[in-house]
Design a protein around this ligand. Structure first.
Ligand code: MN
Length: 273
């Protein structure tokens, strides 16, 4: 199924070609702050979602007519892996690789939705790059999760663009501007992704294909990323892992349109402002 947020914090579920607004059926307060409604739902998913679409307060909704928002607004953590494809390491001439250097963090507040623009900071002369990535959403949390158990902890997947100002300042700062982590357009639950180790991910700028890679070529694979992250930090439901970008990164400028599409997951197009 697809889980989505829309129209100022409402929560919906898509099953096949049908979708429901389940906000009222779940008793969700859209005005709650901090906005952890989706994190709470993921943490108690099986119980709260049982028979939800037949709940009297579940309402059918037309996905095409709603304004989708970032599906997870306030995770506990937004982890990201650096160079995780051989060819991207070569193009960046980088020794900073996921298998050697582990993960970093982006500010959670850099998350933005499928209808939000990427807002570039005013940094004359600096290049601001797109990085096309698969986003993993953690379901059941844990510490010291083994490779063998890792997929049991994956709730689902989403498209993720890891925006970055190239340069020498701290990476966390260069990747943490507001709107520097478009994420969505929804979360596809893991059961609907037949083989996450074989997903084609593509990114276009103004219709020109810039990145085109398959998750089979990840240096540190999905179980490896979960194993390593959870060796350091307890993973919580709703945590997001950005899996690292393939080759083809490049600059964007105001007025561009960036489109990301991942097989079996979804696609979204962002305006750059
Ligand atoms: Mn990245």
């Amino acid at each position: 199924m697809k889980l989505f947020r829309f129209n100022q914090g409402r929560i919906g579920v898509g099953i096949g070609d049908e979708a429901w607004d389940i906000t009222d059926a779940l008793g969700i307060d859209v005005a709650m702050w901090p906005p952890v409604q989706m994190v709470q739902l993921i943490a108690d998913f099986d119980r709260r979602m049982k028979d939800i679409t037949s709940h009297p307060k579940a309402k059918r909704v037309d996905l095409a007519s709603v304004r989708l928002e970032v599906p997870i607004e306030w995770p506990n953590k937004l982890l990201a892996y650096p160079v995780n494809y051989i060819k991207h390491g070569q193009e960046m001439n980088s020794k900073n690789r996921a298998d050697l250097n582990g993960f970093f963090m982006k500010a959670n507040s850099s998350l933005s939705g499928p209808n939000d623009p990427i807002v570039l900071p005013d940094l004359p002369g600096r290049e601001i790059h797109h990085e096309c990535e698969l986003g993993i959403v953690i379901g059941q949390g844990g510490r010291n999760i083994s490779r063998e158990d890792a997929f049991k902890h994956v709730f689902g997947y989403a498209c993720l663009i890891d925006m970055v100002v190239r340069g020498s300042e701290e990476r966390v700062m260069r990747k943490s501007y507001d709107s520097f982590c478009p994420f969505g357009p929804w979360i596809v639950t893991a059961d609907e992704v037949p083989d996450p180790t074989n997903l084609q991910a593509r990114l276009w700028v103004n219709g020109e294909l810039r990145q085109n890679a398959n998750t089979r070529d990840l240096i540190v694979d999905i179980p490896g990323m979960i194993e390593l992250a959870s060796r350091v930090a307890t993973l919580y439901p709703g945590d997001i892992i950005a899996t690292g970008t393939p080759e083809g990164v490049g600059p964007v400028k105001r007025g561009d349109r960036v489109r990301i599409a991942i097989e079996h997951v979804g696609e979204m197009t962002l305006d750059v402002k």
